[in-house]
Design a binder for this molecule. Structure first.
Ligand SMILES: Cc1cc2nc3c(=O)[nH]c(=O)nc-3n(C[C@H](O)[C@H](O)[C@H](O)COP(=O)(O)O)c2cc1C
Length: 439
């Protein structure tokens, strides 16, 4: 049996912190680097390309969380994914510094018309030579809706609107025929209008009448990426996504998820099981010895502020955790926010009860992802299990401190994965889609 090779992505935000709350105060974080300047992103990109990653993946929010005590004070105080700069601005910097590395960019559909979304993504796909993926989100946090002065809609409504959003996007991306551009200098004719179709859409949520302003980009449309985790979200992913990002704390949950998704794809949408890449979140802490790795891990965990952690889970799960006793078990709580990520903390101790305090601290370490702590061989063992048993096609590697954690991963774990035949030794494809679809 041929061994599956891992697709690797670096999971990051365009901000002072990413998904480990307290990362910025780690003594090794961004030493000599400024996240707001291009040099930092160029270095991060080159490091990931040196490690044959498929892409850097930029998560995003549109505003600081304010669910905790109905305020964003703790979010601001503890740098809980705040400040965070606009994600698409760094895409050309990342792809300009590299030749093969892709970029997954999270762009919310909530407050932007599909017309400008498609125009921006097509432009980025051109500039990168076909290396862009779009993480499709619809803004689940009340702070985002308040910042835009809008009334937050319910999940079902958000997904209905998103379905129509995608319909308009596909119409736009498919509206130029491949041979529409003639570019004949002698006659002066650049493009054949008969082959550049006007999109006319009159729907419940959107109206659009116009031609897509950008000629077809190298990938035609960006790689469709999704992380919805409710039943409705999984259906959306099973229908539209080419790759999915999911967080599950252990291999059993991964397996259940993979089976459920394959069932939805096959049963409901007539897509072959396995035709969507399943990329699971993973955090790694690697060192030459196990004891050194353990010590490193403890130093990372020590940076997490409980109040910041509570502000984060309040934001992600849409519930004010300042009002819930720290000793309450999360298994007894229902949340309106990101259900799939909440499950990652419910099962963080293999199903045993988890208190709010524990849940907050586990979550703030890396969004409920499993943490692989050990030598390169230990980490590679764990990754192989997640692939062979859990159904993972690859991993979204969450930062612990930057750029150091990626440098260490690339220097120590990447050669081990390659030695085992679990990671490419060169890029084969011309586009991100080509590379991502390799097995
Ligand atoms: C692993 C993971 C990562 C996510 N990253 C983001 C993100 O960066 N930005 C965002 O707005 N939503 C993010 N989400 C939210 C989802 O994409 C989705 O909008 C949200 O989970 C609500 O849909 P659901 O109810 O189907 O889960 C993420 C969700 C998961 C599970």
């Amino acid at each position: 049996m041929t061994k599956k090779k891992a697709h690797l992505l670096g999971f990051i935000q365009h901000g002072v912190n990413s998904h480990a709350t307290g990362m910025w105060r780690h003594p090794k974080d961004k030493v000599g680097w400024n996240f707001a300047r291009p040099a930092y992103w160029e270095h991060m990109a080159r490091t990931m390309e040196r490690g044959f990653f498929d892409a850097m993946f930029i998560a995003d929010e549109l505003a600081p969380y304010n669910t905790h005590a109905n305020s964003s004070d703790e979010t601001v105080r503890w740098a809980v994914q705040c400040p965070t700069h606009e994600p698409s601005t760094i895409v050309p910097i990342i792809t300009g510094a590299t030749t093969h590395l892709g970029v997954g960019v999270t762009l919310s559909t909530a407050f932007e018309h599909p017309y400008s979304m498609c125009r921006r993504l097509s432009s980025l796909d051109h500039l990168s030579g076909g290396r862009v993926a779009w993480n499709i989100v619809s803004s689940y946090s009340k702070s985002e809706w308040e910042a835009y002065g809008a009334e937050m809609s319910e999940r079902t409504e958000r997904y209905e609107r998103l379905e129509e959003y995608m319909e308009v996007c596909y119409k736009l991306w498919d509206s130029w025929e491949p041979d529409a551009i003639i570019a004949d200098k002698a006659s002066g004719i650049y493009a054949d209008p008969a082959k550049v179709h006007e999109v006319v859409h009159e729907g419940r949520y959107f109206r659009c009448r116009g031609r897509h302003f950008v000629a077809p980009s190298p990938q035609g449309r960006p790689v469709m990426w999704q992380a919805g985790s409710s039943g409705r979200g999984r259906d959306f992913a099973a229908k539209h996504a080419e790759a999915i990002f999911a967080v599950h704390p252990n291999v059993d949950r991964m397996r259940q998820y993979a089976d459920d998704l394959n069932e939805r794809m096959h049963g409901k949408f007539d897509r072959p099981a396995g035709s969507v890449k399943l990329i699971y979140g993973l955090q790694t802490v690697v060192a030459e010895t196990r004891s050194e790795a353990k010590e490193k891990y403890e130093r990372i965990v020590a940076n997490i502020p409980l109040e910041g952690a509570l502000a984060w889970i309040s934001g992600h799960f849409g519930l004010d955790f300042s009002k819930i006793p720290l000793g309450e078990f999360v298994q007894n709580i229902e949340v309106p926010g990101i259900q799939g990520l909440f499950e990652s903390i419910i099962y963080a101790k293999g199903g045993a009860p988890v208190t709010v305090r524990e849940a907050a601290l586990i979550y703030a370490q890396g969004m409920g992802m499993p943490v692989a702590v050990g030598t390169a061989a230990d980490i590679a063992d764990q990754m192989e299990t997640y692939m062979d048993v859990g159904g993972a096609d690859g991993f979204m590697l969450a930062a612990t401190y930057t750029p150091g954690c990626y440098e260490e991963f690339v220097d120590l774990v990447v050669p081990e994965l390659q030695r085992r035949g679990r990671l490419r030794t060169r890029y084969e494809g011309a586009t991100l889609r080509d590379n991502l679809m390799e097995t």
